[in-house]
Design a protein around this ligand. Sequence first.
Ligand code: ATP
Ligand code: MG
Length: 369
Amino acid sequence: MNEKQTYPETSGIQKAWSFWSLFYQKQLILIAGTSKIKSMKKRILTGDRPTGKLHLGHYVGSLANRVKLQDEYECFFIVADLHMLTTKISKKEISQTDEIVRHLVLDYLAVGIDPEKSVIYRQSRISEVAYFSLLFSMLVTVPRCQRVPTLKEVMRDLHIEKPSLGLLTYPVLQAADILMVKAHLVPVGKDQESHIELTREIAHKFNEMYGQVFPVPKALIGEVPTLSGLDGKAKMSKSLGNCIYLSDDEKTVREKVMGMYTDPTRIHSTDPGHVKGNPVFIYHDAFNRNKKEVEGLKKRYQEGKVGDVEVKEKLALAINKFLAPIRNRRAKFEKEKGLVEGILGKGNRKACKEAQKTLQEAKKAMGLV
Ligand code: ATP
Ligand code: MG
């Protein structure tokens, strides 16, 4: 009787024990599995200089691809504040960086970048990147850097007569960012393609000289490789002030669109106009989801049967429709105190760990340790 009484009790404990040990085993397998899957994922690195808020050009050039690929890749998104110093070096400009960085991270969240999936970090917080940049600068010649097309473009646009050494080696620092986390893919606008080419050369050269350490990354150019500016300039750019920002309100967007540069050869609305290369239609193609409306407007524009005002009114509506969910998400995140600081803190720690690991590996390969 006694035996009978104790037996079922022991069996209950045993059952409970085996249930929990099975449960923990499964959890462990699951955790091990997830981290393995995570480490098996290829990596992305890309980012932006905190020289202002993000604009429509960033979206089509790079952000859309980042959002699309954040599940497939392990992503590192860098707020490149050391790169900012190549054109904004005064103490006043530097003192404004914290606020711009905050807006930039809010823009990331607003377009749908998920900080739980991706690492968002600030470049200046990772000292190792300067070390990488120095090592890589030994593998690139000065004339090679001078041939990078963006150097001339930046000098022209910002009226820089003699570039600093920092501006000249901008792409070398970018190679340090990319290779430091061993990225495979770099989603960027067309203007940055030549920089990724240099990164590839550096990775090849390093691997050839010291042994295989770095993957040779590829550039992924956005659906609109370079979005032109509101003023008709080839590139919408923070530093040129010819942008529609992702955080612009409806009224601002409308005002900016109504003042946009269009076909300069068209004097009257009855003149046949040019669609190709016309920023108003480039934007319609990129942001107006009503393709039938766009085709109709293009046809009437070429036949001289529609005025600029109607084309622009419709464009403003389309861009505002595109930006509405981005604005809503931004407003929600903006209210969360400490959100951005928390994301960057966590991201900086993760990026730092990766940087230290890769630097150790690179130094070992070179025989520096
Ligand atoms: P700045 O004028 O300060 O250099 P920016 O507007 O060029 O700012 P960056 O931070 O240099 O922005 O670029 C961030 C990313 O966005 C890069 O991948 C760049 O290629 C892409 N990008 C920037 N402007 C455009 C654009 N107009 N069209 C497509 N991609 C763009
Ligand atoms: Mg730029």
